[in-house]
Design a protein around this ligand. Structure first.
Ligand code: 1GP
Length: 241
């Protein structure tokens, strides 16, 4: 695997927790990018993820080009669709939606992506993406036309994550959905973490430092936060290095 993945692994070995700030091109005002990224830079954030469920073609590349003017942090694509692939990024979470049974999001879009990816120098990281219900219908559910796994079905969540690892995926991402009413529970995180030998990403609905710490303590290696920063940039002040 490439440098971004190796750095994730070595952070885990050193017991360092990772934080990705998720920037959705659809929701972000590009004029504010410099002040926003300066806040990211002085926070504990280690990665920037860029992506969303509803993004116009070419918007992602322009946004990442701007972000790169202000930060050295690795920028990973977290795409809702192949139209969001751009060589401006450093890497790609090559997501397979393991919680669903829509072949397009398990393998179809990936096949379509290959001819684009072969012209780019992105570090491609195969990622098992598992959507867990949180009490409301998420954008992922609507766009992919799949059902999330019930938060009560811990066995199915664990087995889905493990199946992803056994298929050769390098990361597992437990997703409650952007703006989820409740983040993934600590019970789910710790149950999945105990099964896995690969890094675990957790995101969706994390809005404060306490929830962030709870996710880390339960076993999340990397936490993703988007909405809380979009809604209140002062949250970065609580997360200064
Ligand atoms: C969504 O997991 C990410 O895909 C982040 O969710 O926007 O709720 O932080 P939030």
């Amino acid at each position: 695997m490439g440098k971004i993945y190796q750095n994730i692994e070595s952070s885990i070995l050193k017991n360092e927790k990772l934080l990705a700030v998720l920037i959705d091109p659809d929701k972000f005002v590009i004029a504010n990018i410099d002040t926003f990224i300066q806040k990211v830079n002085v926070s504990i954030a280690t990665h920037i993820f860029v992506g969303g469920s509803y993004v116009d073609e070419s918007e992602t590349g322009v946004l990442i080009g701007e972000i790169k003017k202000y930060t050295q942090l690795p920028i990973l694509l977290f795409p809702g669709d192949i139209t969001q692939l751009t060589s401006e990024a450093d890497g790609l979470l090559f997501l397979s939606l393991l919680s669903g049974r829509n072949p397009d999001y398990l393998i179809g879009k990936h096949v379509q992506a290959v001819s684009k990816l072969s012209k780019m120098k992105l570090e491609v990281i195969p990622t098992g993406y598992i959507l867990i219900e949180n009490g409301k219908i998420t954008a992922v559910e609507k766009v992919t036309n799949t059902k999330p796994i019930s938060r009560n079905n811990i066995l199915s969540i664990k087995d889905t994550a493990k199946a992803g690892e056994l298929l050769g995926m390098k990361l597992i991402y437990l997703e409650a959905g952007s703006g989820a009413l409740q983040p993934i529970t600590t019970g789910i995180i710790s149950a999945v973490k105990n099964e896995l030998n690969i890094p675990l990403i957790v995101g969706g609905g994390i809005k404060n430092k306490q929830q962030l710490e709870m996710a880390y303590n339960a076993g999340a290696d990397l936490v993703v936060i988007g909405t809380a920063f979009e809604e209140d940039e002062s949250f970065f002040d609580e997360l200064r290095k």
